[in-house]
Design a protein around this ligand. Structure first.
Ligand SMILES: [Zn+2]
Length: 326
């Protein structure tokens, strides 16, 4: 299960230079009025923007964000009246009208926090007129207001907007650091699964989370069908099924993980132990334990092949050839 975790700046993965600069700005009290956080999708731009928002509304006299005061708690529950979010993925939210409304709002004092913060998320599609509307408020920023813009590349913002903002660029962490971080979110997953997810996504935590959260059921269903086709010795249907793995490397990895779990269940069933997989029971009736072990070994090999730069279009055909003899 994915759990919501509370995060402090120090816990943000990797990106030490960005963290040091931000920590210094937070401690000095000379926090920039406008920040652009750029980096590839999944590198934590929104997470970092969230930490900055918490810093802006934190009521602590000590290190901010404290994670404990009413400001931090409201920020965490996304109900703080001084945090405004304009998300580029929501139609119209970065239109020139919306930005003008945001601009007038920025001149009104914060409701209860030391600072008011505007999170302008995913600015990739923000058109120049809207950017120009934003520029007006960046040129003469009201006191106690912070704008945080996230975008995949700062170059998508007008030079005039860039020059009035502090730019922080995020990079994905190493797979090891990513796996370590993922463990906090998915304590139920084992180290191998976490490391595989991190390696497959080159340490892109957002992508790894998305992979964990989507397509699992589809992968499980496909794995069951593949297993049935193997035991029924139906080569052509097996080929059609394994060719579905060409969809994406992540999906293929997920199907192989399910197959490996299934093989484990088959061994349980073949050893007379309880299993909740119907497909495993059928396989156990038809294949010997030795052959199921061979199958598990072949699937493990396939997982290693997938980690190399194998062409996905050939991978399905190759996998079919390897599995059909089990
Ligand atoms: Zn606080």
């Amino acid at each position: 299960m994915k759990a919501k975790i509370k995060m402090y700046l120090s816990e943000f993965v990797s990106n030490d230079t960005v963290k040091e600069e931000l920590a210094q700005a937070m401690q000095s009290g000379l926090f920039p009025h406008a920040l652009i956080i750029d980096g590839a999708k999944g590198t934590g731009k929104k997470t970092l923007a969230g930490i900055i928002a918490e810093y802006c509304v934190c009521l602590s006299d000590d290190v901010k964000p404290c994670g404990k005061c009413s400001g931090c708690l409201k920020a965490m529950h996304r109900c703080h009246p001084d945090i405004y979010i304009a998300d580029g993925n929501v139609s119209g939210s970065l239109s020139i009208e919306s930005i003008r409304n945001m601009r007038s709002d920025a001149y009104i004092m914060p409701n209860e926090a030391p600072k008011k913060v505007y999170l302008v998320i995913d600015c990739d599609k923000m058109l120049p007129p809207a950017q120009n509307a934003l520029l007006k408020v960046l040129e003469e920023p009201p006191a106690d207001v912070v704008f945080v813009l996230t975008v995949t590349s700062a170059n998508m913002m007008l030079q005039t907007v860039r020059s009035r903002s502090r730019i922080y660029t995020l990079y994905p962490p190493s797979p090891e650091q990513a796996a370590e971080y993922l463990k906090n979110i998915y304590p139920d997953k084992n180290d191998r699964e976490l490391m595989d997810a991190a390696v497959l996504t080159d340490g892109n935590i957002g992508q790894a989370i998305q992979n964990f959260e989507t397509g699992s059921e589809e992968a499980k269903a496909l794995a069951d069908e593949i297993l049935t086709a193997i035991t029924e010795k139906r080569e052509y249907p097996l080929l059609l099924l394994t060719n579905n793995l060409s969809k994406s490397r992540e999906f293929a990895a997920k199907v192989l993980d399910c197959l490996l779990d299934d093989a484990g269940e088959c061994i349980r069933a073949a050893s007379g132990l309880e299993t909740n997989s119907k497909a495993a029971e059928i396989v156990a009736e038809r294949l010997s334990v030795r052959r199921i072990c061979q199958l598990a070994e072949n699937i493990s090999d396939a997982k290693n092949v997938l980690k190399t730069n194998v062409n996905l279009n050939f991978f399905g055909t190759w996998l079919c050839a390897v599995l059909k003899d089990n």
